[in-house]
Every structure is written in C-alpha cells, then in structure tokens.
Design a protein around this ligand. Sequence first.
Ligand SMILES: *Cc1c(COP(=O)(O)O)cnc(C)c1O
Length: 222
Amino acid sequence: MIEQNVKNLLSEIPQTNPFGERVTLVAAVKTQTPDDINRAICAGVRAIGDNHVQEFRDKYDLIEGNPERHFIGHLQTNKVKYLIGKIDLYHSVDRMNLAEELSKRSAAAGVVSDILVQINIGNEETKGGFEPEEAEEACARISTLTALNIKGLMAMLPFIDDQTELRRLATMMRDIYDRLMATYPQFEHLSMGMSGDWKLCVECGSNMIRLGTSIFGARHYN
Ligand SMILES: *Cc1c(COP(=O)(O)O)cnc(C)c1O
C-alpha cells in the first residue's frame, strides 16, 4: 500500500515544474509509525518532515535509510534546542522570535541552519506565518541572523475548494518567491502543496511538496 502509493506518486510528480526546477517530495510523517516511515523511504522517499518535536525525538533512532530530515510543523521556541544539528531544513519559520532562537542555538552549536520563511498566503487567522506584505521585511531581518541561511519560502494554501482562488494564491506566492530571489540568490525551495492541492501548486511554481495522506492514507490520531 505505502510502497505502491510512493511508486505512483514518484511517477505522477513531474520531474520539473514549469520553471524548470526539480520537484522534491517530502513525506509528512506525523502520527506514522517508524515501520511505515521506513517503508516509504525504502520505496523511494528521500526526505521526511516532522511536525512534533516529541514524536521526532521518539522515532529518531528508528528511521532507516538516512533520509533528509525536515521540520514542517509549528515550532515552539522552548523546543528548538532538541532539534539543532539534526534538521536539514526548517520549513516553518513563522515569527521573528523563532528565527532568533534558531540562530542563537545554531551559533552555540557551531552550525548554520537552513530555513524557509513561512508566509500566510491566505491571510488566515488560524495559520502562522508572515503576511505576504511582510515577506520582504521578514527576510531582511532574518538574513541579519548569522547562523541561519534562508533557502526560500513555505506556504499552506487555505482549505477551500475554489480552484481559481487557490491558483491565484499559489501564483501570488510564486511571485513573492521570484521577487525575493533577486535579493537572495541562495533561494532554492518554494515549499507549497499537500495531498489535496500539490498538482495545482506545482503547476503554479512550487518545487517542494509535503505529502502525508497520499503516501500513508488517512491519519489516525489517538
Ligand atoms: C500534515 C501536513 C502536511 C501533509 O498533509 P496531507 O494533507 O496529509 O498531505 C503538509 N504540511 C504540513 C505543514 C503538515 O502539517
């Protein structure tokens, strides 16, 4: 099941987006067992993304195949210390004090951490991230933090059905990304797209998608 899902996805996901960039699949592994995560890795997943620090720590030694480790969920500043040096890419840097804590802890550990700046593209009260209008200012301030390297942007589209509106927001997100890339040539990733909307996101210029349900099936919370 998981193996087949990964195989199907890897053949379905286009090699490149319309901007000629490779599209990276990140498996969103919240609530999944180490066995299931290892199955997905075995089937070809090369990056996995966690949401919860405790879950990440509990499973850390049980993950096989040496995948890239990403952190994709909301991150409390008091938990940053458990992740430093173990995460290849932090997707969800959604506020200034989190960036400051990540930089401080990274510097103390003698590492530079790669991050994405999260943008609240739908201006939703329930979602974290900088407002689209704040993106430039946020990147400028975060780029002064010496132990962080801004590798791009991350966004979550609203959970709505209106395809026209979703396309408008995803395109707006790509525009912000392109504009900032002129200032930050190290930009590599626009992380946008989940199981329900990844095709649309890739068509609009995302180059990193985070899929949970379409790899592992519906999540069981207990
Ligand atoms: C859970 C999660 C995903 C994956 O969601 P699916 O709809 O199951 O693909 C992607 N990104 C983030 C930040 C998530 O928390």
